[in-house]
Design a protein around this ligand. Structure first.
Ligand code: HEM
Length: 180
């Protein structure tokens, strides 16, 4: 997993729960990196699991709820770091339908070694998109937060239905439609 995901995560924890909580979750994890990350470095996904699990215990909030909050937060990190990508799209649905064939393809070039999910678009029209998330990491709630924020970024309100195709969240169908 790329360092930008870790640095963004620790920033979110600091902003939301304070520096003391950042220290707590790092101290309670067994991290090869010692909790020191650079944006383009690559680190074990297990480190993220430990950090988010320890955070969940510390703040008494389910891991999946924290991953959603983190997705919402990470969207702004992506916009700040890669404004050029967002300028290419004028609608949230066109952005979402381009993740697989354009955005994450580009991401692979700028972040060698990135472990990315796949998004298969099953249906797309002016007002809705249905796509299937697949990843062994099961970060579908993180994807959900990113998606919700994509609509907000383009000043659209949308309802996103989440349907697990695998119980462990490694395959999940999202149906997102504008509220009108
Ligand atoms: C400009 C837009 C975007 C950029 C630059 C970007 C970049 C990245 C990067 C660097 C990672 C980390 C890869 C790793 O840790 O090895 C990642 C992972 C991920 N991205 Fe994107 N991304 C973008 C948009 C989106 C959007 C809109 C979604 C919404 C669904 C999304 C869904 C995900 C998910 C769910 C992961 C976690 C990996 C997994 O689930 O296996 N990305 N992305």
């Amino acid at each position: 997993m790329k360092g930008i995901v870790f640095t963004g995560f620790l920033e979110m924890v600091e902003d939301t729960f304070g520096l003391e909580t950042v220290d707590h979750i790092i101290e309670h994890s067994n991290l090869e990196s010692n909790g020191v990350y650079t944006a383009v470095g690559t680190y074990d996904f297990g480190e993220m699991l430990q950090l988010v699990t320890n955070l969940s215990e510390k703040v008494n909030t389910p891991v999946n709820d924290l991953l959603y909050v983190y997705g919402v937060y990470f969207f702004d990190t992506l916009v700040r770091n890669h404004p050029e990508i967002f300028k290419k799209f004028s609608h949230p649905i066109s952005l979402l339908s381009s993740i697989e064939d354009h955005i994450h393809v580009h991401v692979r070039k700028i972040y060698p070694g990135a472990e990315l999910p796949t998004f298969e678009v099953l249906h797309e029209d002016d007002k809705s998109i249905t796509m299937v998330y697949t990843s062994s990491r099961g970060l579908y709630r993180f994807a959900h937060g990113l998606m919700q924020k994509t609509f907000e970024y383009y000043k659209r309100e949308a309802t996103i239905q989440v349907e697990k195709l695998e119980e462990d969240g490694t395959r999940v169908k999202f149906i997102a439609s504008y509220n009108e």
